[in-house]
Ligand binder design. Structure first.
Ligand SMILES: [Mg+2]
Length: 395
């Protein structure tokens, strides 16, 4: 089998890629909706993979893996990797989890994720009301993640919450030492959420990036009695092109609250120090940024050797990304906690992707399916109407 073409289009908000072969089998993968600018970056890799046998996934990846980088510049390589596995599975008639070593669990736990009503404000009452809605969601999530601190608008909206000038704009631009007011506000909001969730639903907190070490340690220690699941991305994180494991280690060693990072990190090499130094308790690579699902599997195994847990990121990965997350999460060792549940947005995505169970999530879990490849298929007939005019994606 040979790769004959690589295509990329935008369906709704998400870039979608298709690897075409000479045997009437195509592989598909999806990229976060915030990365529509990535299409030409996907096409950059086309000459590297044309003519290669897509079922030799690693051999193809060796040609392109070194030509990517941290989020968002790992997305194209990651999407190609997942589309290759989709082809390899379809060609062999096996679900991708079999090709990754077989499943170790029949259902995978997910955490929320993408089922998320908008926050009405940044008061403790607003946070409590928001997580109550998520707790009532029909998916029955057993873990809910909420944005606090520098992630989202909390601190930027509270004057005098940190020692620094408030910057506006995308991707968490603020950083600085918390004031006592800022610290107390975070604590009040977290307490309000814990009062709603109780022991039934775990609370994970996405915090930054933007904390400095003294604030990170103070917050993590103050939260110890509340038993939150983890504090995510306090130091580095989303859209930060480096890791700083030595700084993370300072925080992690100082508290019993689990510390988590890794959604933006590209490739196993960039997890090496984080894991070997025990710099965090939990890592959260995203298969659509880290370099793909086999890359994520390798990192999970290496983390397990060091007794570090894994909760993969995935909120923007769309429904094809969801399928990839299910396949790889079924194969991960027992350091697996849950992956972050992505949704189809707009809702018509559920009409153009075939193969998903209905409902997808039951009591916080997804049953692992057995269809070949990633096990979902873009319905060409129904998806065509959402292609940009004149796009030859399916031709
Ligand atoms: Mg995050």
């Amino acid at each position: 089998m040979k790769i004959t073409d690589l295509k990329c289009t935008i369906i709704g908000k998400n870039p979608v890629i298709r690897i075409v072969t000479d045997e009437d089998i195509s592989g598909y993968a999806e990229i976060e909706p915030s990365k529509q600018y990535i299409k030409p970056h996907v096409m950059f890799y086309k000459p590297f993979i044309i003519g290669e046998d897509p079922t030799n996934v690693e051999r193809v990846m060796m040609k392109i893996r070194r030509l990517g980088s941290f989020k968002p510049w790992g997305s194209a390589v990651s999407a190609i990797e997942m589309a290759l596995w989709d082809i390899a599975g379809k060609a062999s008639g096996l679900p991708v989890y079999k090709l990754l070593g077989g499943k170790v669990r029949d259902k995978v736990r997910v955490y929320n994720g993408g089922v998320r009503p908008p926050l009405k404000g940044f008061s403790p009452e607003d946070y409590a009301e928001n997580v109550l809605q998520m707790k009532k969601a029909r998916e029955g999530f057993t873990i809910i993640k909420q944005a606090i601190g520098f992630h989202g608008g909390m601190l930027a909206s509270l004057p005098g919450s940190f020692y620094g000038e408030v910057r506006k704009g995308r991707f968490h631009p603020n950083r600085g030492l918390l004031t006592e007011r800022g610290l107390n506000h975070i604590l009040e909001c977290v307490k309000a959420m814990k009062d709603v969730l109780g022991e039934d639903v775990g609370l994970a907190l996405d915090c930054g990036p933007g904390f400095v070490v003294p604030s990170a340690i103070r917050l993590a220690r103050a939260l110890e009695p509340l038993n939150v699941m983890w504090l995510e991305d306090m130091i580095t994180g989303d859209y930060i092109p480096y890791v700083l494991p030595d700084v993370y280690r300072e925080v992690t060693r100082a508290t019993s609250t689990p510390i988590h990072t890794g959604e933006q990190i590209y490739l196993r090499q960039n997890f090496k120090d984080l894991i070997e130094m025990h710099a965090v308790d939990i890592i959260g690579p995203d298969p659509c940024d880290v370099g793909g699902i086999a890359e994520l599997k390798w990192i999970a195994e290496f983390a397990d050797l060091h007794d570090i847990l894994i909760a993969p990121h995935g909120i923007g990965d769309g429904l094809i990304g969801l399928a990839a997350l299910v396949q790889v999460s079924a194969t991960l060792p027992s350091n697996y906690i849950a992956f972050e549940y992505p949704v189809g947005d707009p809702k018509w995505w559920y009409d153009i992707v075939d193969g998903l169970p209905d409902p997808i999530v039951k009591d916080g879990f997804i049953e692992v399916w057995d269809k070949p490849g990633l096990g979902v298929e873009l319905n060409e007939k129904r998806a065509r109407r959402y292609l940009p005019e004149g796009d030859d994606f399916f031709d």
